[in-house]
Design a protein around this ligand. Structure first.
Ligand SMILES: NC(=O)C1=CN([C@@H]2O[C@H](COP(=O)(O)OP(=O)(O)OC[C@H]3O[C@@H](n4cnc5c(N)ncnc54)[C@H](OP(=O)(O)O)[C@@H]3O)[C@@H](O)[C@H]2O)C=CC1
Ligand SMILES: Cc1cn([C@H]2C[C@H](O)[C@@H](COP(=O)(O)OP(=O)(O)O[C@H]3O[C@@H](C)C(=O)[C@@H](O)[C@H]3O)O2)c(=O)[nH]c1=O
Length: 299
């Protein structure tokens, strides 16, 4: 297998490189729009610069590298920024996917496209793959349009949807719920955490494994790949405080309505992952196991 990863500097991209760099029978090609952040960690991994919004570059790189499989992780993932810069969001999240689909279709490359719980309206959760999408923000709309572009492809494809990803990455700017709670409490900083959203938080390593299994088995169709525990961010925060032995009295419980963020969030999501477990042998870690890995990696 020749597996090309887009967005290799991102959280999921980094975990895919870590998971696959020594996998027997896999030739790995890491791609990112910026300089390779993993050059020192994985010097043997081939790296090619690729901005997925540039159709010519996409065509050239895929022609040159001849991947058999492509795992597309690159995206604009700041949900509020997507709301505020909609043209940019559409370009990164939809146009880029249309570019990739066109070339993957022509070269019959198996495409694993990564999507989100934010394509749903949040009225009920946890959700199966059959639930009907109805996004409540622009990020969700862009990711749904991207899914539709993938589904129109006459080439081989799978869509892996996931939820609230956490983990540690190298030289990485974005934070996530587990690290944010741990670091705020360590700094004795009080935090307000919502207790009326439902999620199935996902360890980044588990998501990488789910994407890899979808590629390995040439999976076809939509797969929900997340953690298994349905939790509110507030419940998660208490578990983080407990695990890292920090002061949970710094955590206040609030409703999502107390936040005035540019983009609305769906209230109840979370995924039922039976299909991925049954068909791909996907087996996620518990939140405590995930936090143990975070602790080991982040010190
Ligand atoms: N994180 C989460 O909670 C969730 C994520 N997802 C989805 O999972 C996928 C991976 O997310 P995650 O790893 O967390 O995201 P990150 O934001 O960590 O990584 C995304 C990467 O995409 C890169 N990128 C953006 N635009 C381009 C472009 N034009 N060309 C090449 N690379 C580009 C970014 O590059 P740069 O480093 O230069 O900015 C960044 O490294 C995304 O599709 C996201 O929508 C779904 C649900 C939850
Ligand atoms: C900043 C903040 C967040 N939260 C909670 C709300 C939310 O559920 C969680 C994460 O908030 P953020 O704004 O970082 O992330 P958010 O944009 O809500 O997260 C999303 O990211 C994109 C990419 C996805 O596709 C989704 O699956 C999703 O998890 O933390 C609080 O409770 N209090 C706070 O002060």
């Amino acid at each position: 297998m020749r597996v090309l990863i887009t967005g290799s500097n991102g959280l999921l991209g980094q975990k895919l490189i870590a998971r696959l760099h020594a996998e027997e029978g896999v030739e790995l090609i890491a791609t990112s729009r910026g300089a390779n952040k993993l050059a020192k960690l994985y010097p043997a991994v081939r790296f090619v610069q690729l901005d997925v919004t540039d159709q010519t570059q996409v065509e050239q790189v895929l022609m040159q590298e001849q991947p058999t499989h492509l795992i597309h992780t690159a995206a604009m993932t700041n949900v509020d920024e997507c709301e505020l810069n909609q043209a940019d969001c559409w370009k990164q999240n939809v146009t880029a996917v249309e570019n990739l689909v066109a070339v993957c279709e022509r070269q019959q490359v198996h495409l694993v496209h990564v999507s989100t719980d934010f394509i749903f309206d949040g009225k009920e959760g946890p959700l199966t793959e059959e639930a009907v999408p109805a996004p409540v923000n622009f990020y969700g709309k862009s990711k749904l349009a991207a899914e539709q572009a993938v589904q129109r492809s006459r080439g081989p494809w799978a869509i892996v949807r996931t939820v609230l990803v956490y983990g540690v990455a190298h030289e990485y700017g974005r934070t996530n719920l587990v690290l944010w709670v741990r670091d705020s409490l360590r700094a004795q900083q009080p935090i307000q955490v919502v207790d009326d959203q439902l999620r199935t938080p996902t360890l980044a390593e588990d998501l990488a494994q789910g994407c890899w299994l979808a590629a390995l088995y040439n999976a076809s169709g939509i797969y929900h790949v997340s953690g298994q525990e349905v939790l509110t961010p507030f419940q998660m925060a208490l578990r983080v405080a407990d695990f890292f032995q920090l002061d949970s009295r710094l955590i206040s419980r609030v409703d999502a309505s107390t936040f005035s963020q540019p983009a609305k969030r769906p209230l109840r999501t979370g995924f039922i992952i039976d299909k991925a477990q049954r068909e791909l042998g996907y087996a996620p870690h518990s939140l405590e196991q995930g936090m143990a890995l975070v602790a080991q990696q982040a010190g």
